[in-house]
Design a protein around this ligand. Structure first.
Ligand code: UGA
Length: 421
C-alpha cells in the first residue's frame, strides 16, 4: 500500500516484531519484501506501532490477522479477528471502511457487521467490507502489486468507492474485479483454496495409481494439462500440500458446512485431506524399505532432509510435509539431519531434537537415505556424482518429482520417486 502511494500505519501486538519492522527488518523470509519495507520505512509512508489508537483515524482499516485451525476441532480459530474488531471499533471517530482480509468461515462478516455497529461510537459511520487475499508465500509482493483478480464484498456504495480508490492502480491496469455480497466474498476465498487443494490431491491420487502400474505421473500431468480446460498449473505430484493455508482452510470449510447442515457438499474434502496425508506416509514407507537390509546401529539410520519449509522461497514450516516426516522418522529412531536454505530456525523451534545445518555437504555426509521434500532450486543443482561420494549409501526419495532420474541413477543412486517408475 505504501508502494502504491498511501500513508500506511501497521499495527502489530508483538513488540519484538514492531521493533524489527521499524528498523526495516522483515521478521520472516519473503523475497523482494525487505527492499520494499526499508524503502518505505525510510520514505516515512510506512510506520509501525503496537498502539491501535494511532491508527484509529485512518480512512480504511484492513484486518489481516490469522485464523489458524483450532487445537481441538477442524474449525477456524476466530479469536484474533474478533479481538481486532472489538478493540478497533470503540476507537473509531470518523467515517471509515473496515476491510476484512482474513480467511473466515462464511457468515463471519455478517456477524462482525453487527458487532461493529454496536461498538462504534455514534457518528463513526464504520462500514464493513470483505476483500479476500489470494497472495502466495514466496510471491507476496508480485501477487499484491499485480493480482489475478480483486474481490470486494460489500453492498455499500461508499465502501465500494473507497476500495476502488485503494486499488485504482491495479484496476487501471485491467485487473478483473468482482463486486459481490459479504457471504460470496468469504466463500470465494475458501472455495479457491479448496479447489487448489483438490487439484493437488487429484494428481497425487493419480500418482498412487501410477506407482502400482509403473506409469509416470509427470507425463500424465503434462498430457492432461495441455487441455486448456484442465491446465498444467498445480498438477505437480509429490509429497502434497502444507503451509498455514490450504490444510486448515479445507478443514475449516468442512466444519462450517457441517454447522450449516450441508456437510455432504464438502465431504469430498475429507478424501482430499486423506490423499495428502497418505503421500507423507508413503515417503516414510519408502525410507523404511530402503534401509531394511542395513545392519542395526545405535544411532539409527541417518536420514538427510533436503528441505524443511512447506514450499521453496519461504521459511514457513506450518504443517510442512517435510517436518511431519522428520518428526515421524525421529520418533521411529532415525538420526534426522535437516537442511534448508531459510527455514532451519523455525524448524528447530518445532522439532529441537533433530540436527540442523545450512551446509548441504554436511547434511549429505554419511547419510543412509536422502529425502528431497522441498523443491528449492539449489537441490536440483546437486551433482549426483559428487553427492554419491559424500553419503554412506546413495539412496534418495524424490518427494517433489523434479530430479533428473537418469542422471541420479547413472551416478549409482537408488532413486525412488513418488508417482514415477
Ligand atoms: C495458498 C494459495 O495458493 C494462495 O492463493 C492463497 O492466498 C494462500 O494459500 C492463502 O490462503 O493465504 P500458499 O499456501 O502460499 O498459497 O502456497 P501454494 O503455492 O498454494 O502451495 C501450497 C502447498 O501446495 C505447498 O506445500 C506446495 O508445495 C504444494 N503444491 C503446490 C503441490 O504439492 N503441488 C502443486 O502443483 C502446487
Amino acid at each position: 500500500m505504501a508502494e502504491l502511494g498511501f500513508d500506511v500505519v501497521g499495527v502489530e501486538s508483538d513488540p519484538g516484531k514492531v521493533a524489527a519492522l521499524r528498523e526495516g527488518r522483515v521478521p520472516f523470509y519473503e523475497p523482494a519484501l525487505p527492499e520494499l519495507l526499508s524503502r518505505h520505512v525510510e520514505s516515512g509512508r510506512l510506520r509501525f506501532t503496537d498502539d491501535l489508537s494511532e491508527a484509529a483515524a485512518a480512512d480504511v482499516h484492513f484486518v489481516c490477522v490469522g485464523t489458524p485451525q483450532q487445537p481441538d476441532s477442524l474449525g477456524a480459530d476466530l479469536t484474533y479477528v474478533d479481538a481486532a474488531i472489538e478493540s478497533l471499533a470503540p476507537l473509531l471517530t470518523r467515517p471509515t471502511v473496515v476491510v476484512g482480509k482474513s480467511t473466515v468461515p462464511v457468515g463471519t462478516a455478517e456477524r462482525l457487521t453487527a458487532r461493529l455497529a454496536e461498538l462504534a461510537p455514534a457518528g463513526a459511520e464504520a462500514l464493513l467490507a470483505w476483500n479476500p487475499e489470494f497472495l502466495r508465500e514466496g510471491f507476496a509482493v508480485e501477487d499484491t502489486l499485480r493480482p489475478d483478480r480483486l474481490v470486494l464484498g460489500t453492498t455499500h456504495e461508499r465502501a465500494e468507492a473507497t476500495l476502488r480508490e485503494v486499488y485504482a492502480t491495479a484496476l487501471c491496469a485491467g485487473t478483473p474485479l468482482v463486486v459481490t455480497d459479504l457471504a460470496t466474498a468469504e466463500l470465494v476465498k475458501v472455495s479457491a483454496n479448496a479447489f487448489l487443494a483438490t487439484k493437488i490431491s487429484f494428481i497425487n491420487a493419480m500418482a498412487e495409481i501410477c506407482e502400482k502400474v509403473g506409469a509416470d505421473v509427470t507425463d500424465l500431468a503434462d498430457a492432461i494439462g495441455h487441455d486448456k480446460r484442465i491446465g498444467r498449473k498445480f498438477l505437480n505430484a509429490g509429497v502434497g500440500f502444507g503451509g498455514g493455508c490450504l490444510p486448515k482452510d479445507i478443514r475449516a470449510f468442512q466444519h462450517r458446512a457441517s454447522e450449516l447442515g450441508v456437510d455432504q457438499a464438502t465431504a469430498f474434502l475429507r478424501d482430499v485431506d486423506a490423499i495428502n496425508q497418505r503421500r507423507r506416509e508413503r515417503v516414510v514407507e519408502l525410507t523404511r524399505d530402503l534401509v531394511a537390509g542395513d545392519p542395526v546401529t545405535a544411532t539409527g539410520p541417518r536420514v538427510a532432509f533436503l528441505g524443511a519449509a512447506f514450499k521453496p522461497d519461504s521459511d514457513d514450516v506450518r504443517d510442512s510435509p517435510a517436518l511431519w516426516i522428520a518428526e515421524r522418522l525421529h520418533r521411529d529412531g532415525y538420526d534426522v539431519v535437516v537442511h534448508d536454505p531459510e527455514a532451519t530456525g523455525p524448524a528447530r523451534a518445532k522439532l529441537p531434537e533433530a540436527t540442523y545445518t545450512e551446509d548441504l555437504d554436511e547434511a549429505l555426509t554419511g547419510a543412509d537415505v536422502v529425502l528431497h521434500l522441498t523443491e528449492w532450486p539449489v537441490y536440483r543443482r546437486i551433482d549426483p556424482v559428487r553427492a554419491a561420494g559424500l553419503v554412506r549409501h546413495p539412496r534418495i526419495v524424490d518427494g517433489r518429482t523434479v530430479l533428473d532420474v537418469e542422471a541420479w541413477r547413472s551416478a549409482g543412486w537408488d532413486l525412488r520417486s513418488l508417482g514415477r517408475p
